[in-house]
Design a protein. Sequence first.
Length: 78
Amino acid sequence: MSFVPVLQYGLGLGVFGFIFWLMDNIMEDIIGAGVHETGAVYSLLMYIWMGCLVIYVVFGGWWVIRKYNEIEYQGGFR
């Protein structure tokens, strides 16, 4: 059984994590410099970001499961 779909899914989670880490550090620097305060817009963007992550986790997991049901993998539909 191939593990490539699982690696692709994990890589996607890694990309989400890296972007969050990068943006969180940038936001801390901007707030620390006194240029901007967090507020309603920041909260809205965090809700959108977490929503995108939840959608990726749910539908990405579904994609991985369906990927293993293809003919090329053992046990897939024929």
